[in-house]
Design a protein around this ligand. Sequence first.
Ligand SMILES: C[S@@+](CC[C@H](N)C(=O)[O-])C[C@H]1O[C@@H](n2cnc3c(N)ncnc32)[C@H](O)[C@@H]1O
Length: 381
Amino acid sequence: MKGVIIDRSIYCDYRFKYEEKHDKSGVGMSEVREDKHYVHMIGGDGPNSYARNSAYQKELLVSANDLLQQLIPKHLDTDSTVDTFRIADLGCSVGGNAFFAVENMIGAVERRYKSDGRHVPEFHVFFNDLIGNDFNTLFKQLPVARSYFAAAAPGSFHGRLFPRESIHLAHCSTALHWLSRSPERSNKGRIHYAGAGKEVREAYAAQYKRDMDCFLHARGEELVAGGLMVLILMGYRDGYVLGSDSSIGESFDILGSCLYDMANMGKIGEEEVDYFNLPFYYPCGAEVEAVIEANGLFSVERVTEMGAPMKGEADPATLVGHMRAVIGVLVEERFGSGVVEELFQLHLNKTIERAREKPFIYQSCHREIIHIVLLKRNNPS
Ligand SMILES: C[S@@+](CC[C@H](N)C(=O)[O-])C[C@H]1O[C@@H](n2cnc3c(N)ncnc32)[C@H](O)[C@@H]1O
């Protein structure tokens, strides 16, 4: 008898499958079908929501803004035939960060149009996230005074979201470290590749490459020739192997040990924890550049490293609140909603203890850096 295959990957991808069909005249039409549906940030605007636990991501946007205000006007090609300038914010989540990012992009584009003496087009902004995202809360909070038309573009950014050559500027901040699925490997004692063995690390790296390539292919179809794409990515310096000597590695270690504590108390299955791998990958600059080069659809206008912006000591409650807003739903999907409260309480208690032992790790997002990448869509040959 054949054994039952249990798929233990965490899917973060509602990957659209395109099936080429042909009508009677032989004209190709793409049919879009959704595949998997599992994750999203904690929605609403309550105390555990992403909207109230995303100060770190906001800091990244603030810190990157000065540079982007120089780069976007410098590299943008203005076009007097464009009446509607289309912007996509990919992985927008819920809360004010998306609006802040979009307003900054619009400001930079407007400046370039004005300095070229051209008529400023109207702006159409598409807010994209996975279909489980709380778009209702997002749109309820849309600024009343805004200079753009807003629309949702639900679905995975690892696949196509927009018609061909329809987007002029795409923006994606602190979202591309999400893999479309986590490697399905036993990773005993850990819940991530930070500090893990070579095989697990390589499985994550390979998934990242595949996902980035899908992302670039999809955007390559959707961006107009000369269109720009801004990526703000969490990562590390070249040569650094992510381990427990980083803030992220430390946090995942603690969360993993809490899950094993709960398994020891008989509240969840130990084998389930062995196979629970968080779907996040934090690349170094060389990996990002290599995947863009291999893909070949974009030219790199600029890749810059920036120190992680949080200064001073991070307070354990803030750190754990942030982890819960992002990871809470993954835990709930895998282990059931009954464990979430207790797990993150344990996580908070241990984080408070560890912050006394290793205070340096709780300062300035130890070892983490931010890659700011500006890409331009090549002219299709
Ligand atoms: C940490 S939040 C960042 C949100 C926002 N960009 C910001 O700066 O605050 C990452 C977001 O990416 C979304 N995301 C993850 N994988 C995605 C995918 N494949 N397609 C679209 N969105 C995705 C998550 O649902 C989440 O809302």
